[in-house]
Design a protein around this ligand. Sequence first.
Ligand code: IPD
Ligand code: CA
Ligand code: CA
Length: 275
Amino acid sequence: MCSHEFVGAIESGLKDVAELVAVEAAGLVRKAWDDMQAGRSVRVDTKTSDTDVVTAIDHESEQLIRDRLAELRPGEPVLGEEGGGAAGDGVTWVVDPIDGTVNFLYGFPWFAVSVAAQVDGVSVAGAVVEPVTGRRWTAVRGGGAWADGKPVRVSAPERLDLALVSTGFAYRAERRIRQARLIAGLLERVRDIRRPGSASLDLCSVAAGWVDGYVEHGLKRWDWAAGALVATEAGAVVSLPGEDPALGSDGTFAAAPSIAAPLREALIDSGIGDL
Ligand code: IPD
Ligand code: CA
Ligand code: CA
């Protein structure tokens, strides 16, 4: 086995672990979802603002993932949205226990469990699992991206004005106003805009060609760690927060290569640098 294949095998093993724990956590979230659909209430707290919510199920999902990673990958640090943590020297696991909590709370069936393995801050393997459909998005750096084990590939729109672009908004009102101005500037240049409500799934949607591009500011590492790898491995042009200063200090961007340059230009024209 050459060294490249060896690295690939390790990363593939990390992908299997990410998928396994994400599927287990998605099972827990799915059960809670079914209970909520049957009328059972769930405890809800707020975080950075009254609209930034966390449920008891977010905490339970993250705890399950932490417990399983401690068994399967003992000693490796975990950075999770609800429990915090810090990166280590080798593999760090980056976890969003429910990405799309507002959707989950409202009964809008578009949210996911996201688990990625990062080395030196770079995602090398990841899984995004949808509790409601059971769909599993997975990726290995340099190895590909899959939905339920089948390879996924970005779209190839011919023109920006025919491109469907998704986005998201921050929880803080003052930032939303600037984000809304940016999207208003973009609306006349693209086919349409979507705001589905789960950043990891927005990135997977670019991977599958369900949308042609995605842009959002203010994402945290756990929002993008797995989904951005899925998008990259499916052929998308991806910039992570801080990588492209012209897209603002913390912009996340993913697009089909055929419209990536004109979309980036349109965003710059619409004032993205001020975000
Ligand atoms: C949020 C979702 C949303 C995005 C927000 C994220 P959460 O994650 O991904 O789509 O617009 O920026 O914070 O809070 O549901 O884990
Ligand atoms: Ca999130
Ligand atoms: Ca979350």
